[in-house]
Design a protein around this ligand. Structure first.
Ligand code: FES
Length: 214
């Protein structure tokens, strides 16, 4: 999805083009173990992130129930790929144009209320979706891992830009994360810090559009 300067620049690349630098993988790997029944919740483009996690959990012998949600049908992708690595897949769209109408938290709550014992939830997607997924699981006491996406600059723990607060402790998502316990995250701090460069991001995008005749 082309959103700002960087994504528009990336979208202009063609076959054989390249970006000058790429650093990674950064941070800590996702904790994969035999937990029992794991619900993997993916919001929007996070299907791409949750796919290898769901696959690894399945290979480790877990029962994997996946929930993928998007704003509308056009934004759904990799449905069959995710279905292949899941014992069950539930698809939702906000506008009801495909799958169940509504948010991913609705089927998540139903699963938690059902007779199926849920041992862990992994929720990845927009921050607000991860916050409400964690809110949904909290009363049930089911450990919920989220993958935080604060603004990152150096990605090596030195600039402090990706600072988050988890369980009252300061963590750097690029080296200590990105996975954290969703019940411990200070979501308001995350939302506020994600917005700190909004003005500069808009200025950058306006400049870029002017230079490229958009
Ligand atoms: S991005 Fe700089 S400390 Fe994490």
């Amino acid at each position: 999805m082309e959103v700002g300067t960087t994504t528009h620049r990336l979208a202009l690349l063609g076959t054989g083009d390249y970006i000058s630098d790429f650093v990674g993988p950064l941070g800590l790997p996702t904790d994969i173990d035999k937990f029992g029944t794991v619900v993997c919740v993916a919001g929007g483009f996070a299907v791409a992130t949750i796919m290898p996690i769901a696959r690894a959990l399945k290979e480790r012998g877990n029962k994997v129930i996946s929930i993928m949600g998007a704003r509308n049908r056009e934004l759904i992708f990799w449905e069959e790929e995710l279905r292949r690595v899941s014992d069950e897949l539930i698809v939702t769209t906000d506008d009801g144009s495909y799958g169940r109408k509504g948010m991913v938290t609705e089927p998540l709550k139903e699963l938690l209320e059902s007779s199926t014992r849920i041992d862990r939830v992994i929720a990845i997607g927009p921050s607000v979706m991860m916050k409400f997924s964690a809110r949904t699981t909290e009363p049930f006491g089911v450990k919920t891992i989220v993958s935080l996406n604060p603004i990152m600059v150096d990605g090596t723990g030195m600039c402090g830009c990706c600072r988050v607060s988890v369980g009252g402790e300061t963590k750097f998502a690029c080296v200590d994360g990105p996975d954290f316990d969703g019940h411990q995250v200070d979501w308001d701090l995350l939302f506020a810090r994600q917005r700190i460069y909004l003005e500069q991001e808009e200025t950058s995008f306006e400049d870029w559009k002017r230079q490229h005749g958009f």
